[in-house]
Design a protein around this ligand. Structure first.
Ligand code: AMP
Length: 288
């Protein structure tokens, strides 16, 4: 595995790989690699000849009160994990080479970025979109693997690819969970062992919603309210939002149509740690 830090060098390597007809798969991360990230690398390995993993804690997607400075950065450990997962190139640039002095341009994602996560985290998705687009241009992938864990991010990236005519296939990867159902995340290190166990309530809420839709419930608004109530009743837990969106447009959905897919989105605090989770659920019921 080769470690690259300069965008120009990474671009030159990617260009050469393309000339040699190598299929490039990219996995973009902020490091502190875990099983979730490694599952994306595995998918990339299966669908591309060369795998590039990027590690970059993108300052412009963090709000002023967020955890930019304390975000975990165990670089040596990440290098070892990336290597054993079969990554070919690890691209880990410095902030100054991604945003040099006099840097100006940012992407504006529009309405999709202003709801759900965008409410609590204004500017977050524009920052994410900017760096993802830059990393697309630097790594020149044919395929890019993104986790369903960040469902709104995935929806926005698909929108960018469509809107900007990018010739890249976006491959979604299922959510990897801990034993109690908690979605694996680099930020789980902020949870105490007690919080880690109570955080399992998010997944129990998801399972409950899946069961309600399997029972042909079509009132998505009511199911979301029940899930919210479940989580808010757990000591130390407090929801930020719970809601269903339709899978195609990521718009709030209140009534389910039979056979259609919806995504239950959850954001909740466990102690002081804010967690997000979601699940894609197919409705079995008729709209009333
Ligand atoms: P991050 O380092 O948190 O920015 O995540 C990098 C990529 O890994 C994103 O595409 C995430 O959606 C994905 N990811 C993070 N956690 C998980 C997980 N538990 N399961 C699947 N994918 C994940």
């Amino acid at each position: 595995m080769q470690i690259i830090t300069e965008p120009g060098q990474m671009q030159a390597i990617a260009e050469k790989l393309r000339l040699n007809r190598q299929l490039i798969g990219v996995v973009m991360t902020m490091g502190a690699l875990h099983e979730g990230h490694l599952s994306l690398v595995k998918l990339a390995r299966e669908s591309a000849g060369t795998v590039i993993l990027t590690i970059f804690v993108n300052p412009i997607q963090f709000g002023p009160t967020e955890d930019l400075h304390r975000y975990p950065r165990p670089f040596e450990q990440d290098v070892a994990l990336a290597q054993s997962a079969g990554v070919d190139y690890l691209f880990a640039p410095a902030v100054s080479s991604i945003y040099p002095d006099h840097y100006h341009t940012t992407l504006q994602c529009g309405a999709l970025a202003e709801q759900f996560e965008g409410v609590q985290r204004p500017g977050h998705f524009n920052g994410m979109a900017t760096v993802v687009t830059k990393l697309f241009n630097i790594t020149k992938p044919h395929r890019a693997i993104f986790g369903e864990k960040d469902a709104q991010q995935l929806a926005i990236i698909r929108q960018i690819v469509a809107d900007l005519n990018l010739d890249i296939t976006i491959v979604p990867a299922p959510i990897v969970r801990e034993e109690n159902g908690l979605a694996v995340s680099s930020r789980n290190v902020y949870l105490s062992s007690q919080e880690r166990s109570t955080a399992g309530i998010l997944y129990r809420g998801i399972c409950y919603a899946e069961q309600r839709l399997a029972e042909q419930e079509s009132d998505l608004h009511a199911v979301a309210a029940e899930v919210k109530e479940m989580i808010d009743s757990e000591p130390g837990c407090r929801t930020d939002y719970v809601g269903f969106v339709n899978e195609e447009r990521f718009e709030l959905a209140e009534r389910a149509e039979q056979g259609k897919e919806y995504r239950l989105l959850i954001a909740a605090y466990c102690g002081s740690v804010r967690l997000i989770d979601n699940s894609r659920i197919r409705a079995q019921g008729q709209a009333k």
